[in-house]
Design a binder for this molecule. Sequence first.
Ligand code: GUN
Length: 382
Amino acid sequence: MQTMRKRSVIKLIGLSALSLAALSACGKKEEPAAPAAPAPAAAAPAADKLKVSFMYVSPIGDGGWTFQHELARKAIAQKFGDKIETSMVESVPESADAERVLRDMAGQGNKLVFATSFGYQEFVQKAAADLKDVKFEHATGYKQADNVAVYDTKTFEGAYLAGIVAGAMTKTKTVGVVASVPIPEVVRNINSFVLGAQSVDPSIQAKVVWVNEWFAPPKESEAATSLINGGVDVMYQNTNSPAVLKTAEERGVYAFGKDGDMSAFAPKAHLGSAVIDWTPYYSKVVEDTLAGQWQTGNFWWGVKEGAMDLVKIADQVPQEIKDKVAKAKSGMKDGSFAVWTGPIQDNKGQEVLASGTVGDDAFLRGINFYVKGIEGAVPGAK
Ligand code: GUN
């Protein structure tokens, strides 16, 4: 594994046993064996390999967002074999540190670089402006350039599917979300979760607590506690760790896994995990790059493209609700169902989508309000 090793090893301390087991199982395949003899003539010389690097905001053992990116990195390393060489740096803050790491990756010969968090946007732009022979891929951002593409998954589809389950399982009729950083993606996910719950019972109310970070397990846990103390009995989160789920387990309420399959962290509290699979997109980008056909663009893949799913729905969830989830999912796949279909009102009583109107991508990317039933206001929204 061509990784910035010191940092990784330090950060690996504290990984859950589950994450470690899964990652080391994948990692083993990639460890180069000590060369006993000169490499066979057929092996591609290192210089011919496409070097691909990944920058992560949290540790690879977070069990969620970064863990899934790392699984996809392992998957493409295996798929493309000696055509590529991959590396990663984890726990890179969304600060000038990020630009330094990106320049360092380019300096080490990486020609394709994935920057996997929203807050890297300005640093990607700055580095890319100087490093024209490197293709940059920025997750969840919106600023493109000749050598910068942006990409994301439709995490709001997973949030909606989880919401359907939440709507059936809440007894207090109050669901809650531990929210991370107030960007449109996260606001869209909160709303989509609540829309899913209200598709089962329109009277359902929701509370949100913001932690203003992607990965901060103690804060995530505190936020979950305050939601529970406020009457919430089913929670979702947009943070990177299983802390919300673990808190739910301790307090005897329900929650979901997000980004990764978090079922093992809370066997009683877990109702399902809204998982992202980055592998199809990463495979496409590597394939295009190897073929000399990489292009900038804005790529947003969801359930339809196999990038998003709700998995491991708990046994105690009624069959009719499982069927409702399956129906929504198949509608997402064949295009007959869109989460954001009017009539939808914001929590001030304004109609934001008229009856029968489907929100297009521009609408979805600009959501800066809470839907009806959510308490409070989006931070910074007027
Ligand atoms: N975790 C770290 N960065 C991000 C991001 O940009 N989006 C989401 N959903 N989760 C993250």
